[in-house]
Design a protein around this ligand. Structure first.
Ligand code: SF4
Length: 492
């Protein structure tokens, strides 16, 4: 049968063929179960996602489409690799001079009439926002999507304080109404089918549960949100870039919702991680050219807004948030993860992410970049995440700021292995492998024997409960001759 998916980021729909499946009847798989500080079981949540064929097929194809569009856009620019090099070195420079650049930003922003606050962690960030809202007697804040506020547990805190927060990004609003976190940094509700969205809206906004038309659903959301935006006392946006030279905040969105959040209410609060700093306005072009092409495979973001000061009669605040970033800066192996511009390209290309869904990671950041960042936030809780990767290096290949993502994931595995004794089965297997690899002639005989015997073995002998690896994979057919034989025959 045919189905239509909503392209949340681009506001248009496209048909995807899924023979034999009925998406409307399949329950939406939920994400990882969080149990306080206990380690997140990514594998268990991934298995549940894999057991939902319609969601799995849609998610995989939707993100792979984005990856392919990204490739087409990237290959159309001859200087693409130079842009990546440039972006990477600008970010390296910014990280090496973070303190002075942030002070320069603060000076220039203040000179433009912006109030600058510094927050050590999420709690401090939330306190500052509550203070501003109380001062303005504003019970409602409208917000443009921001991953940083997810890090800070912002919405829950505001609820505890009796203050309302309304998301204005369509995908983020869907997630808010469904009481879920965003599953992707750019397309927060990408794991949902249109039937899931229709069900959420019917329950929370009173829309027609049988109308799955994307245009209808988007319009219903818009109509329910507009009066709230018009009545809000405070608007909040994130920041894609902070320009030190001019004290400017730059925000990129495809729906224009950041402009509404920033320009309609009388107070505008910007929540920005300290790593968003770039030195000069002239550097912006490099990142703007890379960002949307890497994220959605589109040549430009629909709205790139520059906020340089408050509107006449209005207030503007910027909260510069650390929340563990300084500590990460001191972690030599993982500091370059701070260069991330949150384009999501590494997620779109990752085979594990595409087949397990962002919520299976049970963390603010999912996918390859999440595997690096999350353990820096809580090493025990996210100890299983570095294993949610094939280490194929595709993430590193697409990253616009050239973060060596798969190498850092591998480095985390080393740290986890040092701290946690592997299971006895794994230890025995490793010892046997070490013995074999230390004896080349025995290794060659073993490779040849396995290649000949494996195809004739009964299935239960290979795929049984002892072989956890085989639960989700098929052993590929062995080539007819080994590399060693080929090398011997072709060596000149
Ligand atoms: S790590 Fe690179 S590819 Fe992944 S989201 Fe960040 S900038 Fe994009």
């Amino acid at each position: 049968m045919k189905r239509i998916d909503i392209d949340h980021a681009e506001g248009r729909s496209r048909r995807i063929d899924t023979p034999g499946h009925h998406p409307e009847r399949e329950a939406q798989p939920r994400g990882a179960i969080r149990r306080g500080k206990r380690p997140i079981d990514h594998a268990e949540a991934a298995e549940r996602f894999l057991a939902a064929p319609d969601h799995l097929a849609f998610h995989d194809q939707r993100l792979w489409d984005l990856r392919q569009k990204r490739d087409r856009e990237a290959f159309a620019i001859p200087e693409w690799e130079e842009l990546r090099d440039l972006a990477s070195s600008i970010k390296d420079y910014a990280l090496a001079n973070l303190d002075t650049l942030l002070e320069e930003f603060e000076r220039n922003a203040q000179a433009n009439g912006i109030t600058v606050h510094w927050a050590r962690d999420g709690a401090e960030h939330n306190r500052i926002v509550v203070e501003i809202m109380r001062r303005h007697d504003a019970p409602l804040l409208v917000k443009s999507k921001s991953m940083l506020t997810e890090e800070c547990g912002f919405r829950d805190h505001m609820q505890e304080q009796g203050l309302a927060v309304i998301e204005t990004d369509l995908g983020e609003r869907i997630q808010q109404l469904d009481n879920e976190d965003p599953s992707h940094v750019v397309v927060p509700a990408v794991h949902k089918l249109r039937a899931d969205v229709a069900a959420v809206f019917a329950k929370t906004l009173g829309t027609d549960p049988d109308n799955h038309d994307p245009a209808y659903l988007a319009e219903q959301q818009r109509e329910s949100n507009r009066p709230l935006i018009l009545g809000a006392g405070v608007g909040m946006t994130g920041a894609n870039f902070l320009v030190a030279e001019t004290g400017t905040v730059v925000v990129c969105t495809n729906e224009g919702n950041a402009d509404l959040s920033a320009n309609v209410p009388p107070v505008h609060i910007v929540s920005a991680g300290i790593e968003k700093i770039i030195p000069r306005a002239g550097d912006l072009g490099v990142f703007i050219r890379l960002l949307s092409r890497s994220a959605l495979g589109s040549p430009i973001t629909q709205y790139t807004s520059h906020f340089r000061g408050p509107r006449l009669g209005a207030e503007m605040h910027v909260i510069l948030v650390d929340n563990g970033r300084s500590a990460r800066l001191g972690m030599q192996q993982f500091r370059s993860a701070l260069k991330c511009i949150r384009c999501g390209a590494c997620m779109n290309t990752c085979p594990v992410y595409r087949r397990s869904g962002g919520l299976s990671y049970g963390a603010t950041y999912a996918g390859p970049i999440g595997l690096i960042i999350d353990p820096t936030i809580d090493q025990r809780k996210y100890s299983a995440l570095p294993y949610a990767s094939t280490l194929n290096g595709s993430c590193t290949a697409v990253c616009p700021v050239k973060i060596d993502i798969h190498q850092q994931i591998h480095a985390w595995r080393g740290i986890m292995a040092e701290q946690k004794e592997p299971s006895r089965t794994k230890r025995t297997a490793m010892k046997a492998a070490a013995l074999l690899l230390a004896h080349p002639s025995a290794y060659r005989v073993a490779v040849r024997t396995v290649g000949t015997v494996l195809p004739h073995m009964p299935r239960f002998a290979v795929y049984n409960p002892l072989n956890a690896w085989g639960r989700g994979r098929e052993v590929p057919n062995a080539p007819r001759r080994t590399f060693h034989d080929w090398y011997k025959a072709n060596r000149t």
